[in-house]
Design a protein around this ligand. Structure first.
Ligand code: EPU
Length: 347
C-alpha cells in the first residue's frame, strides 16, 4: 500500500483535467482495499474508486477525500460445463484482457477492443461498443459492500444491467473488486450486430468472423474516431462519448426529423422506442467538429467526444458541454444525459 497526499487527479484521467485529491492510496489487493475503504467510511471521509480514469470528469477543485487505485490484475480461467469462466481482478487493463481473450479463443468481447480503462470499471456503465456489451459475457460481479463492510457477489441477473447503466452506477455502496466472465471457446467472435462493423468486415449482419479480425477492425474504426488513446493524437484526449445516445418515442423521433429536415440515424431500442445518435443531434443543432479550436473543443473526428487540447480546465469543458446540451434541447426538445461520471462538478 502506498499513499500520496494532495496529488493532482488530472494524470489519473484520460481527459488530463481535474484538481487534487486530498489522499491518493494505491492498494495491491482486495483485503488492502477493504481496509482503506472501511477506514475512510468509519471516519466519514469521502471515497472515490479510480479505474483507468477514461470515463471520469473531475472538478477543478479536486476531491476532498481519499481516491483509491487497485493494482490487482490476476486473470484466472476455469473450465465449467463446457464453458470457460474467467475471473479478472478489478485493476486489470480492459484492453489487455480483451487481447488475451482473443488470443485464447474466449469468444464474446472482441468487439470491445481498444476501449481504455480497467476491468473493474466496466460493469458500472455496462461498457458497450460495436454491438457488444460487457453484460453479454459477465457471469458475476464481486464487490466490497460498504454498508456491511463485507464482500458480496452479484450474478448477472442481479446487476440490473441496461444501456450504459447497472445497479453499481450512481450507487456508492459497492466497490467492484473482480469480474467473472463466461465464454464459449471459439476462434470466431460472437455474431456481428453492428452495421458499420459488418460492412467493414464484409460479412452479413448476424454472421460470425474470426475474433482476431474483429479486434483489428474495431481498433481501426475506433482510431478513425479518435477513440483509441494515443499520445500522438490530441483528438484522443477525451472521456470517449461525452453524452449518451438518447432513447426516445416515435413521436419525438418524428419531431426531430421535422426540426432537422433530415432523418436521424436511429436504432430500435424495444418497447416502441428508438436510440438516436447523439453525435448527429449535436451536429444538426449547429455544433461543428473541431470547434471551438481552443484548449477544449468538440473532437475533429467525432461530434460526441469533447477533447482537451492542453491548458484547459474542467470548467471550460463543462461550459462547452452545457452549450451543447442546451442547443440540442432547444432545437429538438431532447435532453442529452452525460455519459462519464462527474466528480466534484456538475453540468
Ligand atoms: N455521427 C455523426 N457525427 C459524428 C459521428 C457519428 O452524425 O461525428 C452519426 C453517424 O450517423 C453514425 C451515428 O452517429 O452512424 C453513430 O455513430 P457511431 O457509430 O460512432 O456510434 P455512437 O453512437 O456515436 C456509440 C457509443 C461508443 C461506441 C460506438 C460504437 C454511446 C454513448 N457511445 O457511439 O462508445 O464506441 O457507439 O459502438 O453509446 C463511449 O461510450 O465512450 C463510447 C465511445
Amino acid at each position: 500500500m502506498r499513499e500520496e497526499r494532495n496529488v493532482s487527479l488530472a494524470e489519473s484521467t484520460t481527459l488530463k483535467l481535474g484538481g487534487p485529491a486530498k489522499r491518493l492510496v494505491h492498494v495491491e489487493n482486495e483485503s488492502e482495499l477493504a481496509n482503506v475503504v472501511s477506514d475512510a467510511d468509519a471516519r466519514g471521509e469521502k471515497m472515490l474508486m479510480l479505474g483507468g480514469g477514461s470515463n471520469l470528469v473531475v472538478g477543478d477543485s479536486g476531491f476532498d477525500g481519499v481516491a483509491v487505485k487497485i493494482a490487482a490484475s490476476k486473470v484466472t480461467p476455469e473450465k465449467k460445463a463446457g464453458k470457460i469462466h474467467v475471473r479478472v481482478d478489478a485493476g486489470a487493463s480492459w484492453d489487455a484482457f480483451v487481447a488475451r481473450a482473443v488470443g485464447e479463443g474466449w469468444s464474446g468481447v472482441e468487439a470491445l477492443s481498444g476501449i481504455p480503462g480497467s476491468v473493474g470499471a466496466t460493469p458500472m456503465q455496462n461498457v458497450g461498443a460495436y454491438g457488444q456489451e460487457v453484460s453479454d459475457t459477465i457471469a458475476r460481479v464481486y464487490a466490497f459492500d460498504r454498508k456491511s463492510s463485507q464482500f458480496a457477489e452479484f450474478y448477472r441477473a442481479e446487476c440490473a444491467f441496461k444501456y450504459r447503466g447497472s445497479r453499481f452506477r450512481g450507487d456508492n455502496c459497492f466497490v467492484i473488486t473482480a469480474v467473472e466472465f463466461v465464454f464459449d471457446e471459439s476462434p470466431l467472435g460472437a455474431p456481428i450486430r453492428y452495421g458499420e462493423l459488418s460492412r467493414a468486415l464484409g460479412v452479413a449482419d448476424g454472421e460470425r468472423a474470426p475474433a482476431e479480425k474483429i479486434r483489428e477492425t474495431v481498433i481501426a474504426l475506433r482510431r478513425g474516431k479518435g477513440m483509441v488513446i494515443d499520445a500522438a493524437d490530441p483528438e484522443s484526449v477525451s472521456a470517449g462519448s461525452f453524452f449518451m445516445n438518447p432513447i426516445v418515442d416515435s413521436e419525438t423521433l418524428a419531431k426531430i426529423e421535422i426540426a432537422a429536415g433530415a432523418k436521424p440515424p436511429s436504432f430500435d431500442a424495444g418497447e416502441g422506442k428508438f436510440k438516436v445518435a447523439a453525435a448527429w443531434l449535436i451536429e444538426h443543432a449547429g455544433f461543428k467538429k473541431g470547434e471551438p479550436s481552443g484548449s477544449v473543443g468538440i473532437s475533429k473526428k467525432h461530434a460526441l467526444a469533447l477533447v482537451h487540447r492542453g491548458g484547459g480546465t474542467t470548467e471550460d469543458l463543462l461550459v462547452l458541454a452545457r452549450a451543447i446540451r442546451d442547443g440540442v434541447k432547444s432545437k429538438f426538445g431532447v435532453v442529452l444525459e452525460v455519459e462519464p461520471i462527474l466528480v466534484g462538478c456538475a453540468l
